[in-house]
Ligand binder design. Structure first.
Ligand SMILES: NC(=O)c1ccc[n+]([C@@H]2O[C@H](COP(=O)([O-])OP(=O)(O)OC[C@H]3O[C@@H](n4cnc5c(N)ncnc54)[C@H](OP(=O)(O)O)[C@@H]3O)[C@@H](O)[C@H]2O)c1
Length: 332
């Protein structure tokens, strides 16, 4: 059986070009004892993958030029030599960016038994959702009534973060780019502010206009002007959960830090970064709390879907163009 998979042919500088990605086809080896073969049905593309294209080890190894790329995927077992998995099982694993995956069974997990579409285990009930929940609850220590500011608020992580925050009763403001994203936020009762075309002072004023009393928590996904405006609008003893800084991921050189960093001192702010893999032991707790609410519609989620394996690089690049609302996915 053949597997088609993507590789990169270089470590890109700046925004990756479409030509960076190459589609290959290879014959799979006979299944070894303990291995499974999976027909992937949905692939995830995520901003952290850009870091893996830099050639530098951070909290995770870089991708290897010419080797199949990796990423979260869900699919169906089509052949198994692992006694724990049988043909037809729906599973999640990290051998994405390809149509047919073959890997040891101990690197594959069966999808949880909740009545939701399978691709939600890549989004609202997968790593991005778990990241939103962890950042607010474990890192920022969100309390009832907190006013919460979220950047990249209509994305995979942000769109759950704003809903979890809203349920705690405070004012919730989401920063996003395109008008349709602002509309999605507003339709969910979230005050929405665009960062597009604004410098830090203008964004600060726009945030003050919708939340004059200021924020207790800032859920940071972007950096740049969003962080600077957040530092200006946080209250004394505010908390910042640093989840991501996507405005920097394609930077070709050092970028200036926020000019108002002394606000951390003046306002006695607490700022903490986190990597979700360190918190994965909490995943069952997250699923128990958030899973039923997704299943019964209390928590909504959005998806932007590209069709077909060939479109995977385009889906990935859309994350940086900001054309996705909710989780960016590829359906195979
Ligand atoms: N710490 C962790 O373990 C962890 C885990 C998962 C994700 N993350 C981080 O969480 C953040 C969100 O990830 P996600 O998967 O939910 O992605 P996402 O928000 O679904 O997609 C990325 C969004 O970022 C915004 N964006 C892109 N370039 C930007 C720029 N230069 N300036 C401002 N906004 C920009 C765009 O929305 P706009 O329309 O708003 O511009 C885009 O749609 C990322 O920073 C990611 O690295 C961290």
């Amino acid at each position: 059986m053949q597997s088609r998979y993507f590789t990169i042919n270089d470590f890109p500088q700046g925004t990756p070009a479409r030509e960076l990605f190459e589609l290959h086809e290879a014959e799979l080896t006979t299944l070894a004892e303990g291995e499974v073969r999976i027909r992937n049905t949905w692939l995830s593309v995520d901003p952290y993958m850009r870091g893996r294209m830099s050639g530098v080890k951070t909290y995770i190894d870089p991708f290897v030029i010419g080797e199949p790329l990796e990423g979260a995927a869900v699919g169906e077992v089509i052949e198994s030599r692992d006694t724990r998995l049988t043909v037809g099982d729906k599973v999640r694993h990290m051998a994405g960016w390809r149509d047919i995956a073959q890997l040891p069974g101990d690197q594959v997990e069966a999808l949880p038994d909740i009545e939701v579409p399978e691709q939600t285990y890549l989004g609202v009930l997968g790593m991005p959702g778990m990241t939103a929940w962890t950042g607010l609850n474990r890192i920022a220590g969100m309390r009832d009534g907190d006013n919460v500011l979220v950047s990249a608020a209509s994305g995979a992580v942000g769109s759950l973060a704003v809903q979890l925050a809203k349920a705690r009763g405070g004012t919730v403001v989401g920063i996003a780019g395109a008008p349709e994203k602002l509309a999605w936020l507003e339709s969910h009762g979230i005050q929405a502010v665009s960062y597009r075309g604004k410098d830090a002072q203008q964004l600060t004023e726009a945030l003050q206009a919708v939340c004059p009393e200021g924020f207790d928590v800032y859920y940071e996904n972007v950096g740049g002007v969003c962080l600077e405006a957040a530092l200006n609008t946080l209250r004394v003893n505010g908390r910042i959960a640093v989840c991501g800084m996507i405005a920097r991921y394609n930077a070709e050189g050092p970028m200036p830090g926020p000019s108002n960093l002394p606000m951390v001192l003046i306002k006695r702010l607490r700022m903490q970064g986190f990597i979700i893999f360190d918190h994965w032991s909490d995943y069952p707790r997250f699923l128990e709390e958030v899973g039923p609410k997704v299943a019964n519609g209390e928590i909504d989620y959005a998806e932007t879907v590209e069709e077909g394996l060939e479109r995977t690089p385009d889906a990935f690049l859309a994350l940086f163009a900001g054309t996705n609302t909710g989780k960016m996915l590829v359906r195979l």
